[in-house]
Design a protein around this ligand. Structure first.
Ligand SMILES: [Zn+2]
Length: 144
C-alpha cells in the first residue's frame, strides 16, 4: 500500500508526521466518493462514487445510513430541514375531483378567503373543490 507514496519526499514526510495511520487510510480512501457515510462507530458504511454507483461497507445498515445522511445534510445546509420534512406543504389544501389534494399558497388561500360566497377552487383547473380540513388539523398538530 505504502509504495503508492514517496515517503522520502520532503512534502510528504512533513505530512506523514502530522497524521495517524487511521487518518492516512481515510485520506487515501475519501476522494473516491462524492459522499461517504461512516457509521456511529466511525467505520465506513457506504459511499457514493462520482459515477453514481454505491459502495457498501461491511457494516452497511440502510436505516442508520439514511439517518446519518439526513442529519449531516441538515447540519451542512441549514434550512433544508423544512424542505425535506414537509415538501411543498401548507396548512391550506383543497380536494379537487380531478386533481386530488392540492396545496394552496398563502396568496391563493387569502385570495379565496376574500370571496366567502365562492366554492373552494382547485389551483390547477379552477374547478369546485372541497376544503381539506384534515390537512389543516394535521399540519398544526405536527408542529407541536
Ligand atoms: Zn383540479
Amino acid at each position: 500500500m505504502n509504495d503508492e507514496f514517496d515517503w522520502e519526499g520532503g512534502g510528504l514526510a512533513d505530512w506523514q508526521g502530522q497524521t495517524t495511520a487511521s487518518e492516512f487510510t481515510f485520506q487515501k480512501h475519501e476522494p473516491e466518493y462524492v459522499i461517504q457515510i461512516n457509521g456511529n462507530d466511525s467505520k465506513f458504511m457506504v459511499g457514493i462514487k462520482y459515477d453514481g454507483t454505491l459502495v457498501y461497507g461491511e457494516n452497511y445498515n440502510p436505516d442508520e445510513a439514511a439517518k446519518i445522511f439526513w442529519k449531516a445534510l441538515v447540519h451542512h445546509m441549514p434550512g433544508v430541514e423544512q424542505a425535506i420534512t414537509k415538501p411543498n406543504t401548507t396548512p391550506w389544501a383543497v380536494i379537487c375531483r380531478e386533481h386530488g389534494k392540492q396545496y394552496l399558497t398563502s396568496e391563493q388561500y387569502d385570495a379565496q378567503m376574500m370571496k366567502p360566497d365562492s366554492y373552494w377552487l382547485c389551483p390547477i383547473c379552477g374547478g369546485h373543490s372541497s376544503w381539506d380540513d384534515d390537512n389543516y388539523d394535521n399540519y398544526y398538530n405536527e408542529e407541536k
